[in-house]
Ligand binder design. Structure first.
Ligand SMILES: Nc1ncnc2c1ncn2[C@@H]1O[C@H](COP(=O)(O)OP(=O)(O)OP(=O)(O)O)[C@@H](O)[C@H]1O
Ligand SMILES: [Mg+2]
Length: 113
């Protein structure tokens, strides 16, 4: 099992979701975050309040998948998110040791799918 975490441009989210659904990936968690990549972010004080200068809004998508869905999920995210511009996003793939469905107590691959 793997956990895929993608940080994408918010305006690409609908396209990414469409590609994920087309790849039969329906389970996901989505949140709005702030982030920066290699263009570097920093925080400055403006009238006594901390202001994020280069921390830009990003959409974070978290998806837990069984092994056979890892590459299709990555490919779908790239298809939806890539414009060729700086800041298109980044995908992290993490090992996922366990998953438990609360209602049934199912664990592992059964609980993810
Ligand atoms: N090393 C990292 N650790 C944690 N989050 C990251 C990292 N790199 C990127 N991110 C997250 O991903 C978002 C998108 O990153 P981004 O696409 O700007 O990557 P990049 O490496 O700067 O590539 P590019 O040069 O194409 O912009 C960032 O705003 C941040 O939220
Ligand atoms: Mg960047």
């Amino acid at each position: 099992m793997k956990k895929i975490e993608a940080f994408i441009q918010p305006e690409q989210f609908e396209a990414v979701k469409k590609e994920l659904f087309a790849a039969e990936v329906f389970k996901m968690s989505v949140s709005q975050v702030k982030g920066c990549g290699q263009q570097k972010g920093y925080t400055e004080s403006f009238r006594g309040q901390a202001v994020d200068i280069n921390l830009l809004p990003k959409t974070k998508i978290e998806i837990a998948v069984n092994e056979d869905f890892v590459q299709p999920t990555i490919d779908a995210i790239i298809r939806g998110a890539r414009t060729g511009n700086i800041g298109d996003g980044k995908i992290f793939v993490l090992d996922l040791p366990q998953c438990i469905r609360v209602r049934t107590g199912e664990t592992g691959s059964k609980a993810i799918g």
